[in-house]
Design a binder for this molecule. Structure first.
Ligand code: PMP
Length: 318
């Protein structure tokens, strides 16, 4: 096992808990050649009551929607997939981890049209720390660039589907950002308006109002994005889903990313322009603190976001 590996012991594979090494697929699998897979990313947090998966049902619902869009016959219901996730966490005795359900088209079909070929579902737990963006402390903030790579235009790749193929575009943007010394990329849509990060949604704050691009703007309709909107409403803050011109990034009072892996991460610079004071802003910080308090069970779960999992906290914190 590599030193930095996030590997865990057990993987759920179509109803069975198997060893890590046995969760393999063949090189002729359709997904290897044509990207025919949909997936999710979730987190389980350590709370005083054991593990807790954040918005499990919403993630499994989105997995079903992604599979529907691509006509991948997912044979497990949302309820079954939720139970399978709990079973996988228990099998690994993990409280704190990242969780990756993935539905892949396997079978041996050389052509692009693979309907009728098998589809397999896996749920993988992965040791992933809090800090998704390398070298970025969430309290410190991310330094970003606007990517030269655009998001796919509407009606090309469906962005409501969290499909593996979409992430080729995201990989280009992320690699360019890192190559040029930034922490993360901000991508524009085909019209040149702000879309999102390579794997996170984006909010700006201007005059105390939160601004975020609409779902039709080539973004994934993030589940953390929705949680941020609800937390903002709890704080009596106004949120507007509007088209955001690129230059609005540079003159915003605050900016932050949100997503399962990134959680809520303030952005302190974009294209080397300082955002606001050049430090994490007060609204981003307040939302981040509330978000982290709820997911770790330190604040009441008033929105019913957590699915508690009976695992030993001591083992999960290893
Ligand atoms: N946009 C993209 C492209 C993503 O990959 C993700 C991560 N799933 C997000 C946004 C954030 O979505 P969520 O909050 O549901 O994780």
């Amino acid at each position: 096992m590599a030193e930095h590996s996030g590997r865990t012991a057990k993987i759920w594979r179509d109803g069975a808990i198997v060893d890590w090494a046995d969760a393999n697929i063949h090189v002729m699998s359709h997904v290897v050649h044509y990207g025919s897979a949909v997936f999710e990313g979730m987190r389980s947090y350590e709370t005083p009551r054991g593990g807790a998966v954040f918005r499990l049902r919403e993630h499994m619902r989105r997995l079903h929607e992604s599979a529907k869009i691509y006509e991948l016959p997912l044979r497990w219901s949302v309820d079954e997939l939720c139970q399978a996730t709990v079973d996988t966490l228990v099998a690994n005795d993990l409280a704190h981890c990242y969780i990756r359900p993935v539905v892949v088209r396997t079978g041996e079909e050389m052509g692009i049209h693979a309907h009728g070929q098998p589809v397999e579902t896996f749920i993988i737990c992965w040791h992933w720390g809090r800090n998704y963006l390398p070298h970025v402390q969430p309290e410190g903030g991310a330094r970003c660039c606007v990517s030269s790579w655009r998001r796919a235009a509407p009606n090309t790749f469906p962005t409501m589907a969290k499909a593996s193929g979409n992430y080729l575009n995201a990989q280009l943007a992320k690699a360019e950002a890192l190559r040029n010394g930034y922490d993360e990329a901000i991508m524009l849509d085909i019209a040149g308006n702000v879309a999102e990060g390579s794997g996170q949604n984006l909010f700006l704050v201007r005059d105390g109002v939160l601004l975020t691009p609409p779902i039709a703007g080539g973004i994934l309709h993030g589940i953390t994005r929705d949680a941020v909107m609800r937390i903002a409403a709890d704080f009596d803050l106004t949120v507007r889903e509007i088209e955001i011109p690129r230059e609005m990034l540079y003159v915003a009072d605050e900016a932050f990313f949100c997503g399962t892996a990134a959680e809520v991460t303030p952005i302190v610079a974009i294209d080397k322009y300082s955002i606001g004071t050049g430090k994490p802003g007060p609204i981003a910080t307040r939302i981040r603190e509330r978000f982290m308090a709820v997911v770790t069970g330190r604040a009441p779960d008033t929105h019913g976001w957590l699915t508690h999992v009976p695992v030993s906290v001591a083992a999960g914190s290893k």
